[in-house]
Write a protein that binds this ligand. Sequence first.
Ligand SMILES: Cc1cc2nc3c(=O)[nH]c(=O)nc-3n(C[C@H](O)[C@H](O)[C@H](O)COP(=O)(O)OP(=O)(O)OC[C@H]3O[C@@H](n4cnc5c(N)ncnc54)[C@H](O)[C@@H]3O)c2cc1C
Length: 366
Amino acid sequence: MTNKLPTTIAIAGAGLLGRLLAWQLQKSGIQVTLFESGSFTPDTPQTNRAAAFTAAGMVAPLSEAVVSDEGVYRMGVFALQQWPSWFAQLPATETPLFFNNGSLVVAHHQDTSELEQFERELGFVLPGCKGYHHVNQHEIHQLEPDLHSNFHTGLFLSEEGHVNNREFMRLIGDELFRIGTKIRELTPVDVFPGKIVTDSSEEHFDLVIDCRGLGAKKQLRNLRGVRGETLHVETKEIHLQRPVRLMHPRYQLYVVPKPNHRFMIGATQIESEDRSPMTLQSSLELSSALYTLSPAFAEARIIEMDTNLRPAFMDNLPKVDVQDGLIVANGLFRHGYLLAPAVVENVLAHIFNKPEPLFSSLLNQH
Ligand SMILES: Cc1cc2nc3c(=O)[nH]c(=O)nc-3n(C[C@H](O)[C@H](O)[C@H](O)COP(=O)(O)OP(=O)(O)OC[C@H]3O[C@@H](n4cnc5c(N)ncnc54)[C@H](O)[C@@H]3O)c2cc1C
């Protein structure tokens, strides 16, 4: 990056990273133009909407450390501090945008080896980790009285949280309009240093930031999509205070409580870039696993099935590439809400010429 501060910035992609960066940059006095190929306010599942709308919104550094590494854990711990401070800067909402009630990991009696394996893997990635404790049947019942009474053992990860993500995406969208960000929806773009190319124009900016997620695949070698399917159900019969993960030898399910008696159940993780609707097999696996968490889910109404692709590099780790006139931030995989705060802070530090951008050793390596 040159030392001169940009006065005009174009951001390609109004998903999670695009909205967060546009918000921070516009607030700092820079004129931001945000280009989005789809609708800026997609309220129903549609092909090509941001993965940020499909996500469960969990901010789960320990649970995710098990499938990644210590760097992801450190960035996730940063996210747990950053999200609440960002939300405090947004208008108040009826339902909170962030819940920090921890998360609960359980397994049926015959699958306790899966729980032990989860703990072993956690200990391998984070030796001596103290961020969780074992819970017995009574403690599980105290934490989540509506869960099936046959869970005898589990792990309580008290520091994890989750974002009310669709509400957040809507709210930050409104805020971007309010503070004067130029929003250009239904405008797919190609990105170049200092230049955005649309179907009908070529526009110049001091800096371009590429936040197109999987939409950048044509230009980013090694970027791939990883299919994820989710189910949304609604019921007043059961209440959960926190995400619950069910360890199972064939599939792992999580259920995340959402406002208005809704629950999101996810997610499959399939090496495929097929965005077509959920398969029968996935719907059976997700719904039968859900039913074993509590028979009270039997009467829940299925209100949505969603499919999307997680943008991932070969190592499943995020990257921020800084060139003259162009910054590319991508590869958040299944960790968008977990890692976006670290990625955003890193990008901002480069733009504002901070001497030691946060998480540089993790994000800026190539
Ligand atoms: C099923 C599922 C569950 C998930 N659960 C979680 C979770 O619990 N916790 C967590 O931390 N993460 C989760 N994630 C991951 C998270 O959603 C992603 O990592 C995150 O959304 C990536 O953010 P992004 O801004 O890079 O991409 P996106 O959010 O996908 O946004 C990219 C945007 O760019 C736009 N775009 C694409 N091409 C163009 C173009 N040519 N021109 C203009 N605009 C373009 C797209 O329309 C989109 O709006 C989940 C993902 C899935 C699929």
